[in-house]
Design a binder for this molecule. Sequence first.
Ligand SMILES: C[S@@+](CC[C@H](N)C(=O)[O-])C[C@H]1O[C@@H](n2cnc3c(N)ncnc32)[C@H](O)[C@@H]1O
Length: 316
Amino acid sequence: MSGPHAPVLLAEVIEALAPKPGDVVVDATFGAGGYTRAILATGAEVIALDRDPTVQPHADAVANDFPGKFQLVRTPFSGLAEAFADSGKARLDGAVFDIGVSSMQLDQAERGFSFMRDGPLDMRMSGEGESAADIVNTWDHGPLAHILKLYGEERQSGRIATAILRRRISHPFTRTLDLAEVVEKALGGRRGAPTHPATRTFQALRIAVNDELGELTAGLEAAEATLSPGGRLVVVTFHSLEDRIVKAFLTERSGNAPGGSRHAPVAVETRKPSFVLSFKGAREAGAAELAANPRARSARLRAAVRTEAPAWRAAA
Ligand SMILES: C[S@@+](CC[C@H](N)C(=O)[O-])C[C@H]1O[C@@H](n2cnc3c(N)ncnc32)[C@H](O)[C@@H]1O
């Protein structure tokens, strides 16, 4: 197993958040606390969120190093506004999201995220709710093929769903490597492909198990509703499905969406921008970071500053 998660785009995150002494920042994806520690080091306070209970020892270490400046709330992004309200703080100056799984989660076979390590077919970040095994053992062909296509961008989704349904009649799935093998066989083996044939299937199941895209949207809306005017929103994503959501959200909320749809109610077009983009497009890792941390390869950072305008969701 490797060491704790190496924070990705850390310098760029801190530059975009620009925390100052006395500021209050939500780190919505605490993980091993890499971002949190860097934010605390500037003199700002941090309210951290994570829905994975196994991050607690990292949180205890941070609390010990920065007494009175840090708290961890075990909640999904959808609980961000409530966590901030419960903190009793008057202003929120920044919110940062580092979307996806941590390397601790990926590296621990018993979490079931990896098709490279044998473990229970779980994938639940919170340890609660429907597991990946529940999905592959009980969902019908249509919905299963649908998530493989939608969340895994898997072109052979129907073929994989058929193989899964056939196999589970005799042996329900319980282990990661077992599923990886069935997917590999359904796709006719490796055929010299650079990535494992089960990569897309595992990505799709992980996103479905954790409702990752729904959570991302809920988190962005909660940040919009909670950030004070002048507060900064910084989001790091790791695949195109996530980046598309963040880009669409910020483009729309900053008033940069092209024209109004003829289906859109007039009120949508007349809303005032709730964010100003900090820069155009997305920042990516530089050569030095890529050499040190290959995980940074697909990372995209987008950032925006909250305006005085009401949150769009509340204005609807
Ligand atoms: C990529 S890691 C964050 C690493 C962190 N920036 C660091 O420097 O150590 C993502 C973390 O966010 C958590 N997470 C992912 N989605 C979440 C959600 N919807 N709600 C709360 N926590 C979530 C995961 O459990 C994981 O610990």
